[in-house]
Design a protein around this ligand. Sequence first.
Ligand code: BES
Ligand code: MN
Ligand code: ZN
Length: 493
Amino acid sequence: MEFQIKNSATITKQKSECFVLPIFLDKNQIDSVKELDLATNGLISQMIKSGEISGEIGHTTFLYSCSTQLKQKLLFVGCGKLKAFDLKQSKKVIQAAVKELLAKKVKEISWDILNINSSITLQIAKQLPQIVAQLTYRFDDYKSKKSPLASLTKITLLCGDKKLVKQANEALSQGNIIAQAISATKTIANMPSNVCNASYLAEQGKKLGKQHASLKVTCLGEKELAKLNMNAYLAVGRGSQNESIMTVIEYHGAKDKKAQPYVLVGKGLTFDSGGISIKPSAGMDEMKYDMCGAATVYGVMQAVAQLNLPINVVGIMAGCENMPDGNAYRPGDILTTMSGITVEVINTDAEGRLVLCDALTYVDRYQPKTVIDIATLTGACIVALGHHYTGVMGNNDKLVEQLITASNSAGDKAWALPIDDDFQDQINSTCADIVNAGGRDGGTITAACFLSRFTEKYQWAHLDIAGTAWQSGANKGATGRPVAMLIEYLLAQ
Ligand code: BES
Ligand code: MN
Ligand code: ZN
């Protein structure tokens, strides 16, 4: 898809196949609609009067070339009240319009949407490529019959305000990079577990490293992990035939090569059967998505490299598979983690925190500025926040706040949960330092409490994406969340 911005406020002068025009519930329409009305001898105002063209938000009217003076197709999109036209409304409008353009197989359009409200012009330019990517994304690698490619290939956005054009172009290309990162994350996450194991994640990381000179990729297999005493991580993968591999992607963008990096750690359980504490079979197929944290790290690192951010970032994909087997770890086992803290295994299905705790100890060597882990960690998070909000916890209020702010501006919602000391007693053990499962109550928070024991040396936040990383049912598939939120956070640094 090609996106471009053109410094123009007059749509009738454009040569595109189709014009997309915003219609408001107000008496006065925007200039381009007035122009068009003149060019068609009042046809547009007549159709607005008769209700055929409506300003109701999301309402669309598609016209094939309607007069000899005007060869273009026209798509009118209802935008509600002009005064209420904010980012949220604009997203609805873009969604409705793009859906209709795809249905009508339009190839190329000129769109007068940046000229409505200059205070959100840049935000719209950033969102638009993301919405288009979301509506055109397909995962059909394993379908015999591929869905046809979207016919829409070129979108020209008009921007009448000359002063805004440069910034709007920047916002548009940022939005496009974010859109591509989200799609890349989705595609890795959608891969089935018989293809996407830890070594597949490692290969994808290495490929990404080859594409960008600013990225350095290293893979640590079981031998290396054992040398580092990452025994909790290794225990989780012991029942699997697939090797556990931790992939490390380092990005150097800061002028000062030694500047403290931002570190991202993604849970990469390429399948979570629950292990010996095996999960019920219903819905177990969806545990192929238990590596969405790692897939998020992949997408964010791709974007960081493409955006040439002037910071240092380290991304870790903690690849592993949790399977029951004669060699698998068991409930009751006591593991000595890389940090020295001992853990009594209560439930082998609470494996994510065991993989993460060693990865979080490992990253201490970078003297990180901040560390953010991303994990499909607890079913309890879905109970608490549903499928709308990512859960945010951490040991630093400012970092948590920055992440929530980033999530709001990215439109990738997140909500803070408390992890005060009152919860810590739930992970006491009678025979080791801590247990790996703190019971049903406050399950998302006690999982974060567990991680907090391994992150005392730096500023840390934990994102529980169990409810947001993928969708079930008819639209089953990865969402690419929280890639947008994390890129927004890094852009703000
Ligand atoms: N990957 C799961 C969490 C999960 C479950 C995410 C369902 C999305 C949907 C995680 O490894 C897990 O099994 N957690 C357990 C922890 C419990 C045993 C303390 C859970 O949430 O039940
Ligand atoms: Mn589990
Ligand atoms: Zn899991």
